[in-house]
Write a protein that binds this ligand. Structure first.
Ligand code: GLN
Length: 272
């Protein structure tokens, strides 16, 4: 008979970082309750055993469940797509503060679509999403449908600033791959299950910022802004790239005080 202490113990023995949290999540996923009072059905028990078998190999819980929450909304996830992370919610907070119904927002390197879907639903802005990789694009489309969001998805290379010809955007968002070569060589076991194409940003982690920002800055509407997630020490370097492109950058930290987002605004009088 599986129980919370037993599940927790199995996870702890497998080196899971927060076995108490994951044991509760597993119980909730398969029994509907974090600490089931009565007996666990044989079906639920079998599902839990199967999930534990996968989890102890290092596979992330999110892939095993096939779904994860971001900004209070559900997203399908699995092999081939980056798992939405809580720190990325900061980008949506910025959108909520600065966009409204009728605004237009573009998200580059969309992956699961957690950013454009949340922005579309929480602000009413019309959103556009670009994702290159086939598996990730499949999740993006499914998550737009799952949430009934007004997002137009395009399977294309986000480095190509000529997509959506003739359009300008009030805001351009991206959580591009930004891990460095050194970080890629010492990935947590769970993260190594995620696609390298969603993680690796070149030796210093900055390749995508160097390409995406100049490629798209000319597509911002006057007074518009670019908002990107960054690694914890990349704020100054990304701010510099934005300044070189004529934007006025601000580095925003997360609750641990680490760099997390850089927002670069195009002044209304800018000649770009
Ligand atoms: N935040 C992710 C991590 O730490 C990286 C995501 C990304 O590269 N955009 O694993």
């Amino acid at each position: 008979m599986v129980s919370y202490p037993e599940i927790r113990k199995t996870l702890a023995a497998a080196g899971v970082f927060d076995p108490s949290f994951e044991a509760r999540e597993i119980l909730r996923e398969y029994t509907g309750s974090e600490l089931p009072g009565g007996d666990i059905s044989p079906e639920a028990e079998a599902a839990i055993q199967k999930a534990l078998q996968r989890r102890i190999t290092g596979e992330p819980l999110q892939y095993i469940f096939g779904k994860w929450e971001f900004y209070g909304l559900p997203f399908y996830v699995g092999q081939g797509v980056l798992i939405p992370r809580p720190e990325t919610e900061l980008l949506v907070d910025i959108a909520v503060k600065r966009l409204r119904r009728g605004s237009s927002a573009l998200d580059l390197c969309s992956g699961s679509g957690c950013i454009p879907v949340s922005i579309a639903l929480k602000t009413g802005a019309k959103c556009y999403a670009v994702e290159l990789h086939e598996a990730a694009f499949g999740y993006l489309e499914r998550n737009i449908t799952l949430n009934g969001a007004d997002v137009t998805a395009l399977r294309a290379d986000a480095l190509d600033g000529t997509l959506f010809p003739g359009m300008t955007f009030d805001a351009i968002f991206s959580n591009p791959p930004y891990l460095t070569g050194a970080e890629m060589r010492s990935l947590m076991r769970e993260v190594s299950f995620e696609p390298e194409s969603a993680l690796y940003g070149g030796e210093d982690g900055l390749d995508f910022y160097r390409k995406i920002i100049p490629a798209w800055v000319g597509r911002l509407a006057k007074g518009g802004f670019f908002a990107v997630e960054t690694g914890e020490t990349q704020g100054a370097a990304v701010a510099e790239i934005m300044r070189d492109c004529g934007l006025f950058p601000e580095v925003i930290g997360d609750h641990s005080g680490l760099d997390r987002v850089v927002v670069g605004t195009l002044k209304k009088t800018s000649k770009i």
